[in-house]
Design a protein around this ligand. Structure first.
Ligand SMILES: [Fe+2]
Length: 183
């Protein structure tokens, strides 16, 4: 656990070019999110995530994968340096309340809103773009406004796209990846 935490915090320092934002991410993950975030799988059913995101620490690995996707997608969405840092930070923390608070065995539908609210309270509203990206990471699957057409900031769109890509099974495992390797 300590090793896992140290690695996540090292990744945060590597990917976020703002030491105050790094500290906020460390405080949020280290003291604010339910401790189960550090050990839970990304998907309780195993249905919606690739194998690397399942099992002990799966949600942490998913969150790091989302952050790494944002570091690539920042070029596609032409993010500024500070926007790229905000997207990377939001990627790391977006599922901090995935199991709700207290943490349950299934995905809490409001987890994006819970995490966004907790982030705003903990940071005093210092990073509204991070809060917005956490809140909007569901994209069209937002439980408050399901199916709403996408009108997202570039930072929020980066995080939602990163989350989508990191959660697909087919690029990582399953039938399609096997077929692709065989071509
Ligand atoms: Fe996610």
């Amino acid at each position: 656990m300590t090793a896992r935490r140290d690695t996540v915090f090292a990744i945060a320092r590597e990917g976020i070019g703002d030491s105050r934002l790094v500290t906020a991410v460390e405080d949020f993950l280290g003291t604010r999110v339910p401790p189960e975030w550090w050990t839970a799988p990304a998907s309780s059913s195993g249905q919606y995530h690739p194998a690397f995101a399942l099992g002990d620490g799966g949600l942490v690995r998913h969150s790091v994968m989302v952050a790494l996707w944002t570091a690539d997608l920042k070029n596609l969405y032409a993010l500024s340096g500070s926007e790229a840092s905000e997207a990377f930070a939001a990627g790391l923390v977006h599922d901090g309340f995935k199991g709700g608070e207290p943490w349950g065995s299934h995905t809490e539908p409001m987890h994006g809103h819970l995490a966004a609210d907790a982030w705003r309270h903990m940071t005093g509203g210092a990073w509204p773009a991070v809060e917005d990206a956490i809140r909007r990471h569901y994209a069209v699957w937002d439980p408050i406004r399901p199916g709403t057409p996408l009108t997202m900031s570039p930072v929020a769109a980066t995080v939602a796209t990163a989350d989508f890509g990191a959660a697909r099974k087919f690029p990582y495992d399953g039938t399609w990846s096997g077929m692709l390797r065989g071509l």
